[in-house]
Design a binder for this molecule. Structure first.
Ligand SMILES: [Zn+2]
Length: 186
């Protein structure tokens, strides 16, 4: 059996085998929204996928990664052409349904990994919903310094060139990562 970390690249018998092994199933949730006049509207998804995919490549026995839910709660960005916004109730239900499906097959550990600030409470509620509906252990986290300024504070604090406030939306943090990951999109 090829050892892939991508959930959807398994056959169903391979998934059955993975269920017996109980890796953590990662569910990335991002968004499509404006990121200043200088970056592509898929910025949050590019950064999010780089984190979870890099982690999974290093530990394919311990985690498998679902396809990213590419759209998020983004009504407050709809003034910018290109943004896609999903109703918050729809998004809670949608993310929950993905996790509940995974839990119904027998996976017991699910981690929702969010890449967009306004999705944070939505993903938290979806994770709680998955726990309540299935008994699986499901948590939610938002590993993006533009969302959580405490993330890797010491490292980022030593590296940053901007003043406080300069690593928020589409600022130094996200632009630096995009220049590293996809300079063609900056
Ligand atoms: Zn962003």
């Amino acid at each position: 059996m090829a050892r892939t970390w991508r959930y959807d690249e398994h056959t169903w018998p391979e998934i059955k085998q993975r269920i017996a092994e109980q890796p953590v199933v990662i569910l990335p949730v991002g968004t499509i929204e404006d990121h200043g006049p200088h970056m592509a509207i898929n910025t949050d998804n590019v950064i999010l996928e780089s984190m979870v995919h890099t982690a999974a490549q290093q530990a394919p026995d311990d985690m498998i990664v679902l396809p990213t839910v590419p759209y998020g709660l983004d009504e407050h960005h709809m003034d910018f052409p290109g943004t896609i916004s999903i109703n918050m109730h729809t998004l809670i239900d949608y993310v929950s349904d993905v996790g509940v499906s995974v839990a119904r097959h027998g996976f017991e550990h699910i981690l929702v990994v969010n890449g967009h600030g306004s999705n944070h409470p939505v993903c938290d509620l979806a994770a709680r919903n998955i726990v309540l509906k299935t008994g699986a252990i499901c948590a939610s986290m938002s590993p993006n310094a533009a969302i959580d300024p405490t993330l890797a504070q010491d490292v980022i604090g030593a590296e940053r060139k901007s003043k406080p406030g300069g690593i928020a939306h589409a600022c130094e943090y996200e632009t630096s990562l995009m220049l590293h990951l996809r300079p063609d999109l900056v």
